[in-house]
Design a binder for this molecule. Structure first.
Ligand SMILES: NC(=O)c1ccc[n+]([C@@H]2O[C@H](COP(=O)([O-])OP(=O)(O)OC[C@H]3O[C@@H](n4cnc5c(N)ncnc54)[C@H](OP(=O)(O)O)[C@@H]3O)[C@@H](O)[C@H]2O)c1
Length: 283
């Protein structure tokens, strides 16, 4: 008997650049599942109409990208713990008529470190550059994973201080603090186990700060969540200093893999998803 086609997709504004349709349709094709994953360009003022049309459009699950990760929250019937802590939703699951908002961004980053770099963040010292949406998701995931210390450094220092103070109250096992790049004690770099860039620095036209990477110890992993270019200026500098590196495509891959598993109940075919993603990013 022919199965009815179900729809998954991503909403954002814009979404035409998103690699999620490519990655998810390859994964769905791998299992020959009766789903199609589509991009939905939705403007902010169109969100109410979009959410009231889910049944008609046969939509059973969604990813959410910029700028709607916070704006979709009022449309959810419930939120997962991560989504509540992060204050943003990147994955919507339909359970009957109820919409559950989840967030796989932070967990995607942690899973990528574990699977691609064989690295566990528990009890580690982390320097996290950024205090925007992605940095927040990663900071929450570090707190949930039992990281010992997270030092936040951001171009606008107040945002880093506010985030550190908020998360410090939510996680008793992790010390969250904030500093500007100029004020950070230079000995802290030698202590860091992991340096993460979760800012836009390294994207085309956005220059990287003069970070004292030579002060990092040789055991430090340097991670950049920017994935275009595949080797960012930060990762190139780290590689030349013979430091271990962890590229940004991993977070994109594993946040998608976790969403896929939530919608379909199947283990994500990582090798298939990774291949199409890297092929697309290598142009
Ligand atoms: N690999 C993945 O799956 C993944 C997922 C999400 C995001 N990302 C990437 O992560 C980056 C940040 O995304 P987001 O969602 O967090 O964006 P966002 O909420 O707009 O935050 C941007 C962050 O970058 C900083 N920043 C922007 N321009 C800068 C500059 N010229 N110099 C120094 N810092 C600058 C901002 O500092 P201020 O607070 O001072 O403005 C803020 O910390 C983007 O490049 C995005 O492509 C990757």
């Amino acid at each position: 008997m022919k199965q009815k086609l179900k729809i998954l997709g991503i909403i954002g504004d814009p979404v035409s650049h998103s690699l999620s349709p490519l990655m998810h349709n390859a994964a769905l094709g791998h299992y020959k599942l009766p789903y199609l994953y589509m991009p939905f360009p939705v403007k902010n003022e169109e969100l109410p109409d979009f959410f009231s049309s889910l049944n008609r459009r046969k939509i059973v699950g969604l990813n959410v990208t910029i700028p709607h990760k916070q704006a979709v929250i009022p449309f959810m019937d419930s939120l997962s713990r991560e989504a509540r802590l992060i204050g943003a939703v990147n994955t919507v699951i339909m359970k009957g008529k109820k919409l559950i908002g989840r967030n796989t961004d932070g967990a995607g980053f942690i899973t990528s470190l574990r699977e691609e770099a064989r690295y566990d963040v528990e009890k580690k010292h982390v320097i996290l550059l950024g205090a925007g949406g992605a940095a927040r998701a990663i900071a929450v995931a570090l707190g949930l994973s039992g990281t010992r210390e997270v030092l936040l450094i951001n171009r606008t220092p107040k945002k880093a201080h506010d985030l550190a103070s908020e998360l410090g109250k939510k996680f008793s096992q992790t010390v969250f603090s904030a500093s500007s790049l100029d004020d950070i004690d230079i000995s802290y770099w030698a202590l860091a186990d992991l340096l993460i860039n979760a800012t836009s620095m390294g994207m085309k036209g956005i220059k990287l700060w003069p970070l004292p990477l030579h002060k990092l110890s040789k055991k430090t992993i340097v991670s950049d969540i920017v994935y275009n270019p595949l080797e960012t200026p930060l990762l190139r500098r780290a590689r030349r200093l013979k430091l271990k590196t962890h590229p940004g495509w991993g977070m994109l891959l594993y946040q998608g893999a976790l969403s896929f598993e939530m919608w379909t109940g199947r283990p994500a075919p990582i090798a298939v998803m990774k291949q199409v993603l890297l092929d697309a990013l290598q142009y």
